[in-house]
Design a binder for this molecule. Sequence first.
Ligand code: WT7
Length: 693
Amino acid sequence: MSEESPELEARLAEQDELEPAESFAEQANVSDPEIYDEFENEWPDCWRQAADLLDWETDYEQVLDDSNPPFYEWFTGGSLNASANCLDRHLSARGDEAAIEWIGEPVDEDNRTYSYEELHREVNEFAAGLREMGVEEDDVVTMYMPMVPELPIAMLACARIGAPHSVVFAGFSADALATRMNAADSEYLVVADGYYRRGEPLDHLGKANEGLSGVNHEVAATVVVDRLGPNNDDFGHGLTDNQYDYDAVVAGHSGAVVEPVDRDAEDMLFLMYTSGTTGQPKGVKHTTGGYLSWTAWTSQSVLDIKPDDTYFCSADIGWITGHSYIVYGPLALGTTSIMYEGTPDHPERDRLWEIVEDYGANQLYTAPTAIRAFMKWGTEYPDDHDLSSLRLLGTVGEPINPRAWQWYHQHIGDEECPIVDTWWQTETGGMMVTTLPGTKNMKPGSAGPSLPGVDAMVVDESGEPVGAGEAGYLTVEKPWPGMLRTLYRNDERFIEEYWEEYSDTDSDDPDDWVYFPEDGAKVDEDGYITVLGRVDDVINVSGHRLGTMEIESAIVDVEGVAESAVVGGNHEIKGEAVYAYAITEDGQEPSDSLRSQIESSVQDAIGPIARPERIVFSPDLPKTRSGKIMRRLLENIADGDKLGDTSTLRNPDIVQEIQQEATGDWSAERVSPPRQPHRYCDNLFCPPAVSII
Ligand code: WT7
């Protein structure tokens, strides 16, 4: 962590402090700063406050069972149902209020409002349909769906019958779908036939079918949502033998009532696959009691959600942000959650501001990459709209540079809305490090202190806290209710990935166990944490987490490529972009056709989001004497930075050669056909398609 980019230094130097407007603090759900001391003194009992936001079928006996670290259990002995908590309990008081405001991308079609009553009804009907197809408690149901309302409906229907869901981001490839279904032995799939991008209908079922052909066990049933109507005819997919039309399934169970299955607090609510250091995605397991308490409590205390609010998170439900903060957190609190299908620049670059104005959104939760794109587009787009309904702004997914922060604060929040910069991960289930907006000042560029009751620290290699202003590694020293419980069917990897680094793994004293999220960070004298980014082989492209190993293995799958190294390089809008170095086999000359094959291979294995920004062919990679690739040098080359120390290299001359190859005009070098826009991935959280930049 000793080397830092000049930008980072500038970012830290720019930091100043802003007080949230008094008008916000006065009405905030949490406004008493005492909460920090209170939670520290009463830990872990403080988390009763989170559990109390839910309705429990059976009261829990113990807040935390830490007898077998790191396999912690929360709210043990308790039981509840997530779907009942997100739906049934709101019916008497808020049955007619909107639960989901769904906005399709085409502007000339009808948007859909689902009241709690209507959502409850359809969830019940679909749950009955799933049961009839044979879905039983604990069967994993996979969803591979764009942003259509049937996605949260299917998730809640699964939760109702105790079947964990595994949602695969629709922008991922057919192969990625197959890998995830195989890993979870999932025999059920819910998909949509397509979706709209910039007004055009796009095929999705074709990709899903291709994925299904790679599943190595029998798939009992696939349910297909008809999103495209007659537009689907162009793609020519009929339903095959065990494929069912969603509308027919729901109509066939019209008025059905499915009793919510009583789930143990520790029973799995869902699985979400995410990228890690090795090529194999990790199946993060989240539970019913802990996860739901965590998302409800953070939605309430950080996003300041109240039942009467209309809340807008622009993420995709295919990632954890959408699970926690479009579906579970907001619906557990009985609020109105906006869900938008499309891109922020269709039909114009003011689409989000139009949505905020039309629906009177009170909160907006988005990603720095989107904010940087808005900045580039100019202030005329937000200026054209009345955004005065907004009360709070949030960001997530990657570090936000102070300039983007200030722009967001000024042009979207009119300097009145506090901004919460929320650090968390798929694994943490919900927010961990951020200001509580009614109690703390904001420092642009710094996420803030850890939440009350969350013990995040910045430590050095030996696990000792670093001094103020020094760089180190982020750790979480105490368990929390929303934490992942394990990696699905792989307890060993769970320990290796997250605990081994800073824990005494022979100990059964929970104080000896420390969670390592694999991020670098700094902390200042007020305890504000500035997250610097991943320290493992994971890169963050527009807030999307990608494993470099996964990309490398797709590259070496191409005939003629002997070896590859992938690193993240700086990118103005995306934050980081994929830079790939490829060594060709003897006798294989680098060529444009090889370049295109590499691009397609990555796209097929993972999805367009992982497609390299640049591919450099080189005769070798910089390696230490022990054969380890010096990625830092490859990053320097990608960023056009001064090179770090090359003296430990076995082949120091290679660096110059690669540099020469790389500093040629990368774009002029390419004569391969122009890129297709990233279809699904034109979405806000995706690497910007051609037209977003
Ligand atoms: C990684 C987790 C959190 C949901 C979306 C991404 C980075 C996340 C921040 C932030 C700086 C951040 C970290 C983290 N990250 N939020 N506010 N500031 N970095 O979830 O795909 O699991 O990725 O995103 O590097 O480890 P994910």
